[in-house]
Design a binder for this molecule. Structure first.
Ligand SMILES: [Zn+2]
Ligand SMILES: [Zn+2]
Length: 292
């Protein structure tokens, strides 16, 4: 089964000891990857790793959680003693347009992101409105960069789907978002998903789909033609491997669940989601020597 994990972080610290083995293991199973940047250093390094492999690409961008200084656990589903990943301390970063523009010109860079609105992870004791203002500015700046370079966007959104949809619609109407993109790791309602699809976006499901009943209902009602699959590895390992460090090849579990929900074969899901991923990221022209 040939799949593309449309969103992972296989170049992150969690793979410090065995990154190349994990990537090879994934490619050997016929799974290609888009490894996603979240701030300056992870954006630069993702490209560096993607450069070394066929079947691997990267995106560059500034994640909303890195726009304010804070400390958090990466996986809220488990008690700290069961965390597969250590607590993250992040420095506040301002979006540096020139820096990201330079990176985004790299031939392996498929898009801008992940970025977006995250109203869930706002640290205590800070001015909430100020944090949101900063997130909004960072989103607008990355819409501008994506439009300038004619790249798609990878949107991270948590507890802010309505506001995010409004921002996207306003940007499109103002001519400030030329391409569309993907709402990654979607966990919202059917109406929220439909609003993004109506705006020309694709919806991507992570391993959460393997265990969240409400999300399974949403996925079964959405058109396969607008869906992508991802792992968000090292986070969000799907059932039955919840709590483990995730790896990109586990996108197979997400595809299998999606096939079950849609009542189609895994091959159909694989074929359609690969096609969708290629469409979103402009990979249609890739030659068959790359397995695409
Ligand atoms: Zn994300
Ligand atoms: Zn991510």
């Amino acid at each position: 089964m040939h799949l593309i994990d449309s969103h992972c972080h296989v170049h992150f610290h969690a793979y410090k000891e065995d990154m190349d083995e994990v990537i090879k293991r994934t490619l050997d199973r016929g799974v290609f990857m888009v490894t996603v940047g979240t701030q300056k250093d992870t954006s630069a390094f993702g490209l560096e790793v993607a450069e070394r492999y066929e079947g691997m690409w990267a995106t560059v961008g500034l994640h909303p959680n890195h726009t304010v200084e804070q400390e958090f656990w990466d996986n809220d589903e488990l008690a700290p003693e069961h965390q597969a990943t250590p607590k993250i301390k992040t420095r506040a970063e301002q979006f540096d347009m020139d820096y990201y523009r330079e990176l985004a010109r790299h031939p392996k860079c498929l898009g801008i992101g992940e970025f977006g609105l995250d109203f869930y992870r706002i640290p205590e004791g800070v001015d909430r409105d100020e944090v949101i203002r900063r997130q909004v500015q960072t989103v607008q700046a990355q819409f501008d960069l994506a439009t300038e370079l004619d790249k798609p966007v990878v949107i991270h959104c948590r507890d802010a789907y309505a506001q995010q949809a409004v921002m996207i619609r306003e940007a499109i109407e103002a001519g400030k978002l030329s391409r569309r993109g993907v709402i990654h790791c979607f966990t919202g309602t059917l109406d929220e998903a439909q609003a993004f699809i109506d705006l020309g976006f694709y919806i991507s499901f992570s391993g959460i789909l393997t265990f969240a009943k409400n999300l399974q209902e949403v996925a079964s009602a959405l058109p396969l033609e607008r869906l992508l699959v991802e792992t968000d590895a090292p986070y969000l390992a799907p059932a039955p491997d919840r709590g483990k460090r995730n790896e990109p090849w586990r996108v197979e579990y997400v595809a299998r669940k999606l096939a079950e929900l849609k009542g189609v074969t895994c091959e159909e899901v694989a074929e359609q989601t690969v096609k969708n991923t290629k469409t979103v990221f402009g990979l249609e022209g890739m030659d068959s020597s790359q397995g695409l």
